[in-house]
Design a binder for this molecule. Sequence first.
Ligand SMILES: *Cc1c(COP(=O)(O)O)cnc(C)c1O
Length: 478
Amino acid sequence: MSADKGSLFRALPAMDSVLAAATEADPLLAAAPRPLLREALTAFWDAVRQDIREGRVSEAEDVSLERSLPRMLACARAAVAPRLRRVVNGAGVVVHTNMGRSVLADEAVEALLTAASGYSNLELDLTTGGRGSRHSLCESLICRLTGAEAALVVNNNAAAVLLLLDTFCKGGEAIVSRGELVEIGGSFRIPEVMAKSGAILRDVGATNRTHLRDYEQAVGEQTRALLRVHTSNYRIVGFHSAVALEDLVALGRRRGLPVFEDVGSGSLTDFSSVGLPNEPTIQGIIAAGVDVATFSGDKVLGGPQAGILAGRADMIARMKANQLTRALRCDKLTLAALEATLRLYCDPETARRRIPTLRMLFMTPQELNRAARSLAARLRRALGDACDVTVRPDVSRVGGGAFPECDLPTSLVCLAPRAGAPLSASGLRQALLSTAPPVVGRLEDGAFCLDPRTLLPRDVADIVALAVLLLRPENACG
Ligand SMILES: *Cc1c(COP(=O)(O)O)cnc(C)c1O
């Protein structure tokens, strides 16, 4: 029976009963900030009113609370859920900037919780009771691990580069190879950061080849430093040459110029045993005589977001005294997590076992294959004939601008829904972006694929439950 608009409006439920129904039906909604929930519900019913006004509904039951409940709850959940959420990384990119880069070690999480939930000696000298410095908290560990004389931690590596150039190259020139003018992603570009610092970029050489004489000829009155930038996310292959670090350091010494290196991802670990190219470690770079090296805390190092400057004591002291440092300093949570991560590095074997980024990078093809077969077996049992589940060899990536174009062998679990399944492989990929938690995988050869390398133990049960929910909804519980 069609109803007139007036009676449809009168059939709309009252806000109080709407709120009560929502909080009763879903504990997540009950726990959400009440004003956010009220707004979300109001928006839902405003849309229903609009539908009535524009003649899109004509039956009183269609605007009843009972009939609208599932849609209303879905809208409200989407509106009130925190924006930053846990995501399952099945993409096999270990340091994925879009998914928060490194997962912290349990030890780092614990340190972070302790620092977060109470007062701390962040800037308190416990021998005198007077003022201490947050900069001293991680410094000795960084020195111990890298061999540097001194160190400073700031908000991220971009900040570290900015501080370095602002302190030593402002108003002068920094000479950098044209082959190293890096765009890191999110349109962060070395040349533009340099410009922000007030340093003038003097690029030398050609994109594919730079020789020592190119640097040598560019050195002049205005030169303040020689700068190397790690070509993090690309590789120049073919007819190509770069100047060896030792030669650049020797040139710096001859001309009285500091040599800086933006190492980017920067690692303390030698990864050649897993088949990655033998890139210099931070220790190696410091030992080669670089005056200051900068690197990220949350890339291959496996800690929290941070930028670490390690190098000569007089230079680190000048940077600590730079007013910019106050704006770039990091907070106690970062320092707590970083210190705990660095402590794990004191024993390299412990670091490999306890730091998730390292653990993932060091997983063997056999371990990965076993994990893939175990996940595939669970999925087959749960999905029955809705989906073909296979395991096949493929590759993972390090990510985070480290080891570009380098493949790590892995085994993928591939889901290919059969004809008659509610979703295709690409439909599955799309649908899994809005589940709780969202699951990110790869679409390859018509299958939705998950790489066990980046899955955490608790992810497996979620993946199985969500796959059932989407591919065999009749078997889903709850
Ligand atoms: C990643 C990277 C940066 C930026 O580091 P953030 O920690 O993301 O600020 C700078 N330089 C290089 C070479 C990088 O790889």
